[in-house]
Design a protein around this ligand. Structure first.
Ligand SMILES: Nc1ncnc2c1ncn2[C@@H]1O[C@H](COP(=O)(O)OP(=O)(O)OP(=O)(O)O)[C@@H](O)[C@H]1O
Ligand SMILES: [Mg+2]
Length: 183
């Protein structure tokens, strides 16, 4: 299967829906499966997901013509079932406005912004599926239709350059470390 992952608010569902329609692929939404299978538990305001059970279920569903979508993707599918993985990235400044609009608490917002700045999802995706299968795409410097085209070219294995992304460097240069990492 193909993977679209990335931190919350990076554009996964927007892009995955358009691509799955365009390429006629089945879209498998990790969050929907987790909820339907009752693998989500509320714990102290945060949601806990049983990733081991989820992995067994998703590995069974895995097939050539599907796109798996969700920020948990690197943890819920075996590498052998993954053809290619795209990690959507978004500038922390734009992501911050997305989180404001969504009314995320400051704790949830800072956690996710910190993860995006350090590139944790990208790093974990490479660790799980390997460098060769993993690509990152900056959605903050593209329109939605340009992002769809870029992801499509990666899925079709057209020669495509991986985006160079270093939010940490950008935040350091702007002197905003304290703002994103206050504790
Ligand atoms: N180039 C782009 N590609 C994708 N989404 C974009 C782009 N530019 C802006 N957006 C906007 O980013 C917002 C977040 O998108 P979306 O809800 O698809 O993210 P998500 O990754 O699925 O989030 P979550 O993990 O919370 O489900 C949307 O309002 C979308 O319109
Ligand atoms: Mg979504």
């Amino acid at each position: 299967m193909k993977i679209i992952t990335g931190n919350p608010g990076t554009g996964k569902h927007t892009i995955a829906k358009l691509i799955s329609e365009k390429l006629n692929l089945e879209m498998i939404d990790i969050n929907k499966i987790a909820i339907a299978q009752r693998l989500v538990q509320k714990n102290d305001g945060t949601l806990n997901v049983d990733v081991n059970k989820l992995k067994k279920i998703i590995d069974k569903k895995s097939q050539e013509n599907s796109i798996l979508v969700g920020h948990l993707a690197p943890y819920v599918v075996s590498a052998k079932n993954v053809k290619v993985a795209v990690v959507l990235r978004k500038s922390p400044y734009k992501l911050q406005s997305t989180y404001k609009k969504r009314r995320y608490s400051s704790k949830k917002s800072l956690e996710n912004l910190g993860s995006e700045i350090l590139g944790i999802t990208y790093y974990d995706t490479i660790r799980e599926f390997g460098q060769k299968k993993t690509f990152q795409v900056d959605t903050s410097s593209r329109t939605i239709s340009d992002t769809v085209k870029k992801v499509e070219s990666i899925f079709k294995k057209t020669r495509t350059k991986d985006d160079k992304i270093d939010w940490l460097q950008m935040v350091l240069k702007k002197g905003d470390m304290q703002k994103f990492f206050p504790y």
